[in-house]
Design a protein around this ligand. Structure first.
Ligand SMILES: C[S@@+](CC[C@H](N)C(=O)[O-])C[C@H]1O[C@@H](n2cnc3c(N)ncnc32)[C@H](O)[C@@H]1O
Length: 704
């Protein structure tokens, strides 16, 4: 656990690096790791390995733990750290590389990413177990012996404090690679690491309890200290680079790989005063994400947000449509109760929903609340309606994927005080859309796709080349923009712009019941046309104002209610707890700082929708450029394999080298054998705002 005190770093004045940590004025209740001795040995080892950091020195800071600080004034552009490619520790160059290769646990031999990660964990275990016999002994000795700040060590009741947060979801494997989730650590131990150790007694690794403890430590070290290098995404422990802490908004170095010289470099992004901390950027991470991946939180964090899973959106839309259909069928509201909708087989786009259901059941025992599913009281018609709604939603989710509306890891990020993401509002609209509207969006998408391809072909001139990830991103951006245009036009029309409605062929209120409409009649019928006319009449002078907006807002309401209901405490309770912050145990404080901002973001959206209704939704859609840019980024990432935390802009490369950032993004090109492939360079997201290069081929940690 945290151990404080400004101790002197190797060759440095005690506490000289007040810098950013001082400005921070806050020390994370967890995460500032205990410090193990061994700087002198480590510094000697660095000299032997030609790991250079001539202008900086090691230090221990009260707020961030062990750190690297400027030993003198550093000029922007100076190389502050150089690590030869072969000094990094990887599965591919450790002392048991052949064994790991044979067992399919290296970059070239592994079938799955998770096995590569396990390969590095085993490599760290072996090198650690070898003690002084390991080439990396002084480096590994400097890593904190105590990693219990990481939530994977939290007790069940402490972990429960995180329920509802992105940290909780991810730790249970709900929001990203399930196999990377900390809660899977015991499983990975028993299924992967323990059998490996048993089959290779010659490696001298301990089994049993001792082995598991070493495994947990190595897992924590790899999660919070390793880097993912370059396009090829080699997972590596990079000495000295990993001494740098993260302080949101304070990053002052970027990471770079010099291919010519085969060295990983850290370059000053600005002038750094003597004594100031060198600060890396782990990504645009909320407190919940920082806690999950690195075991610390920040007092104020501009990246705090709440993550809305796509599964929630789909479920809320289904519930809304079912309620509307049932109302249309003139059933009693009560008919909605007890209609156990079958949640299976929704399709891959609703990943996470079933798990959420489990959690809800666990949390409240009333997951299948009112308004869900046919099967009993609603009778056959209702059952058919619900089935049609499910099909309609599944098909629109596929369309949304084609349009690039699906967010990374299937979660939308909602920030306090900002309109919801355009892609989220657009997705809700799409889910509620009629077949005709969905078809129009599909056509618009295809047209934009074709236009973008044509433009790319024209830009490529005579030498037609294969579309790169960046090209694909342009296409997706265009498609997403087209889809959003169609949707925005329809929404604007519904908000009262009749002309736009006609121009876009948008329809009356009842016809907007989307999949609910499908449920009654797949094709457009005379009755439906009549209904449309009726609706137009009903709407009268108001022109159906707010009908769609009202429905979209209702879906938002359902999402928000469900999201807010997931936490162990209410927003009010948390605000009260903040008043007793100092008296809370560290892990409770950390959990509070992880979940409170999420609730504040949800409450803020609730207020925004209540105050501005359709205005807030229109503002959301107006942010389409950002959404489209996000889609473009996702596509670039998707061409590789996507990944964890941070931003996702594509990286540039040159003969000289590549820049890298923290986002787990790569283009997935052909595997290469060389080690330390890393480009290096700019941590992904926040640097965009700091005016730094936007390259991002470099990640930190893995998806723990
Ligand atoms: C790459 S290491 C950085 C070096 C680390 N401080 C040490 O003592 O070894 C990442 C770990 O540093 C700590 N850390 C990084 N930034 C922090 C911050 N802003 N506040 C508290 N702890 C931080 C967390 O324990 C995190 O898991």
């Amino acid at each position: 656990m945290s151990r404080g005190g400004a101790k002197s770093g190797a060759g440095g004045k005690p506490g000289a690096a007040g810098g950013q940590a001082g400005k921070l004025g806050f020390r994370s209740p967890v995460g500032c790791t205990g410090v193990t001795p061994g700087e002198a040995e480590f510094v000697d080892w660095c000299k032997e390995e030609k790991v250079r950091f001539p202008s900086s020195r090691l230090a221990v800071l009260p707020a961030t733990g062990r750190a690297l600080v400027a030993a003198r004034n550093i000029k922007m552009g100076e190389v502050v750290v150089e690590v030869p490619d072969d000094a990094v520790l990887m599965a591919e160059n450790c002392s048991i590389r052949e064994v790991l290769e044979e067992e399919g646990m290296t970059k070239d031999s592994a079938d799955e990413e998770i096995l590569e990660v396990q390969g590095l964990i085993l490599a760290v275990m072996v090198e650690k177990a070898r003690g002084a016999g390991s080439r990396w002994a002084p480096y590994l000795a400097l890593l904190p012996a105590d990693m219990t700040h990481m939530p994977l060590y939290w007790k069940r009741n402490e972990f429960r404090e995180l329920r509802g947060t992105a940290a909780y979801d991810k730790m249970l494997g709900r929001a990203q690679h399930p196999s990377d989730a900390p809660t899977q650590v015991p499983l990975l131990w028993s299924e992967v690491a323990a059998p490996f150790i048993a089959e290779h007694p010659e490696l001298g690794l301990p089994g049993g309890e001792r082995g598991y403890e070493l495994y947990r430590w190595a897992t924590s070290a790899v999660a919070s200290y390793s880097f993912i290098l370059g396009d090829d995404k080699y997972q590596a422990m990079v000495p000295v680079w990993d001494l740098l802490n993260h302080i949101t908004g304070e990053v002052n170095v970027r990471l770079h790989h010099c291919r010519k010289r085969h060295v990983l470099q850290m370059i000053a992004m600005r002038d750094i005063a003597a004594g100031a901390e060198l600060v890396n950027n782990y990504g645009e991470l909320s407190n919940a994400e920082l806690l999950r991946g690195y075991g610390f939180v920040e007092r104020a964090n501009r990246y705090n947000h709440v993550q809305v899973p796509v599964g929630f959106v789909a479920r809320a839309a289904r519930e809304q449509m079912l309620q509307e259909v049932l109302e249309d069928l003139q059933d009693e509201d009560d008919d909605l109760d007890g209609m156990g909708e079958d949640d299976e087989g929704e399709g891959e786009d609703e990943e996470g929903e079933e798990e959420e259901q489990d959690e809800e059941e666990e949390a409240s025992g009333e997951e299948d609340g009112a308004g869900r599913g046919p099967g009993s009281a609603g009778g056959e018609e209702a059952a058919e309606a619900a089935a049609a709604i499910r099909r309609g939603v599944a098909s629109r989710l596929r369309l949304a994927t084609q349009l690039g509306l699906m967010p990374q890891h299937h979660v939308f990020k909602v920030f306090a005080g900002r309109p919801p993401p355009a892609a989220l509002t657009a997705l809700i609209y799409l889910l509620l859309s009629t077949d005709e509207e969905a078809a129009a969006v599909r056509r618009a998408g295809r047209a934009a796709d074709a236009a973008a391809k044509k433009a790319l072909a024209a830009a490529g001139g005579g030498r037609k080349r294969k579309a790169s990830a960046a090209d694909e991103a342009v296409i997706v951006k265009a498609v997403a923009a087209a889809g959003l245009d169609t949707i925005a036009a329809a929404l604007a029309a519904d908000l009262g712009e009749e002309e736009a409605a006609q121009a876009n062929g948008t329809r009356g209120a009842k016809k907007r019941k989307g999949a609910a409409g499908d449920a009654q009649d797949e094709g457009s019928s005379d009755e439906e046309e009549e209904a449309e006319d009726d609706d137009d009449e009903d709407a009268g002078g108001e022109g159906g104002d707010g009908e769609v907006a009202g429905r979209v807002a209702a879906v938002y309401g359902r999402i928000l209610d469900r999201m807010l209901g997931r936490y162990v405490t209410s927003l009010d309770q948390d605000e009260q707890l903040m008043k007793q912050y100092d008296s809370l145990p560290p892990r409770r404080r950390a959990a509070l700082l992880a979940r409170l901002p999420e609730k504040q973001a949800l409450a803020s959206l609730q207020r925004l929708l209540a105050a501005e209704g359709g205005g807030a939704l229109a503002a959301s859609l107006a942010a389409r450029d950002a959404a489209a840019a996000g889609a473009a980024g996702k596509t670039a990432a998707g061409a590789g394999s996507g990944g964890g935390g941070g931003g996702s802009s594509d990286g540039g490369s040159s003969d000289e080298g590549e820049e890298q950032g923290q986002g787990k993004v790569g283009k997935g090109r052909k595997k290469q054998k060389a080690q330390g492939q890393g480009g290096a360079g700019a941590p992904a997201g926040p640097q965009k705002q700091a005016g730094a290069p936007q390259d991002a081929k470099f990640s930190f940690g893995f998806a723990l």
